[in-house]
Design a protein around this ligand. Structure first.
Ligand code: GDP
Length: 310
């Protein structure tokens, strides 16, 4: 990407989009095109097409998506499949029509089968049934990456698809009903400490294992791959290590400095037992995550305190 190239970051207010904007700005890319949801509703095809026809960006980071944790996905599955299908279909098609040079699509590790062999390599896609709590979201993302691949084949459209593992970091969603586990636990431990609550409730059994990537590492990988990766094949982005939810809870309790107990709420789902990506394809290109989990959690907690009235 040329430093003055026009780059559209779709979803720049979100966790991922805001990190990509920070990364691009730090690297000296100055010609960024950004639109809030109120300015441009990507679920509406006419709006998406008019925007691309007028702005004609050269590069697109497609980070606009409807995302949420296990409970939000489980309770509003219709919203998750509809909004994601609409947004990605409109953006990819309008990008093709308007002559975008390269588009980066972001999927998710939940596209892989629930019981895929761990760590999950890119080629385990569509080899088994999905985890039911986020199947509609996953099916939308699988449609997006398949569309990207199909457009490369039929139209020669240069789209690449990244599959990030569970993400966290500054700008995360801390709403307990819709957030992912790491943000939820930071908030729960923080509030329990402030109110001297005797216990903190962790959903499920604490046994599931998840891999957590700091969003600044993801943004670094996204810019790296936009410049270096030319293939229709998916590429996983993760750290290559996972942790049990109970150990994550213990780590967060320590970072926050809470001294009460942890109780497990078995009425909430565990979801998929383990989600660890095989990151050898990415590592073979020379990229590795740099931010350790402890360091990333501490930085995210500091951000939470500064931005949510800590
Ligand atoms: P998932 O990776 O799609 O399952 O998404 P989440 O990040 O929402 O959940 C990961 C795991 O953390 C699941 O086993 C949840 O049950 C567990 N978990 C424990 N406490 C919480 C919590 O307070 N919020 C969320 N979202 N998950 C929690």
């Amino acid at each position: 990407m040329e430093k003055d190239a026009k780059i559209y970051v779709a979803g720049h207010r979100g966790l991922v989009g805001s990190a990509i904007v920070r990364k691009l700005q730090a690297e000296g890319f100055a010609n960024l095109v950004l639109r809030t949801r109120a300015e441009l509703d990507l679920t509406r095809q006419a709006e998406a097409e008019a925007f691309f026809a007028e702005e004609r960006p050269a590069y697109v980071f497609l980070a606009a998506a409807k995302v949420g944790g296990i409970l939000a996905n489980d309770t509003r599955p219709g919203d998750f499949i509809r909004d994601n299908l609409l947004i990605q279909t409109h953006v990819i098609e309008a990008a093709r029509q308007s002559g975008v040079k390269k588009l980066l699509f972001l999927g998710s590790s939940c596209i892989y089968p629930k019981l895929a062999p761990q760590p999950m390599a890119e080629d385990c896609l569509l080899t088994g049934p999905l985890e039911p709590t986020n199947e509609p979201y996953a099916v939308a993302k699988i449609a997006g990456l398949t569309m990207a691949k199909a457009y490369r084949k039929q139209y020669g459209f240069n789209a690449i698809s990244l599959m990030p593992t569970n993400l966290y970091g500054p700008g995360d969603n801390f709403d307990l009903a819709s957030s992912h586990v790491l943000a939820a636990l930071l908030r729960k431990f923080h509030e329990a400490k402030a109110t001297n609550a005797p216990t903190v409730s962790v959903w499920g059994t604490g046994a599931p294992r998840r891999e957590f990537l700091h969003v600044d590492d993801l943004a670094d990988a996204a810019v790296f791959l936009m410049e270096r990766y030319e293939s229709g094949e998916l590429i996983n982005v993760g750290v290559g290590e996972d942790i049990a939810i109970r150990d994550l809870a213990a780590l967060i309790r320590e970072v926050v400095g809470y001294t009460g107990d942890i109780v497990y709420d078995a009425s909430k789902p565990d979801g998929t037992p383990r989600k660890l990506l095989d990151v050898s394809r990415l590592q073979a290109l020379g990229w590795r995550a740099r931010i350790s989990l402890r360091e990333g959690v501490a930085a995210t907690y500091a951000w939470y305190c500064a931005n949510h009235g800590g």
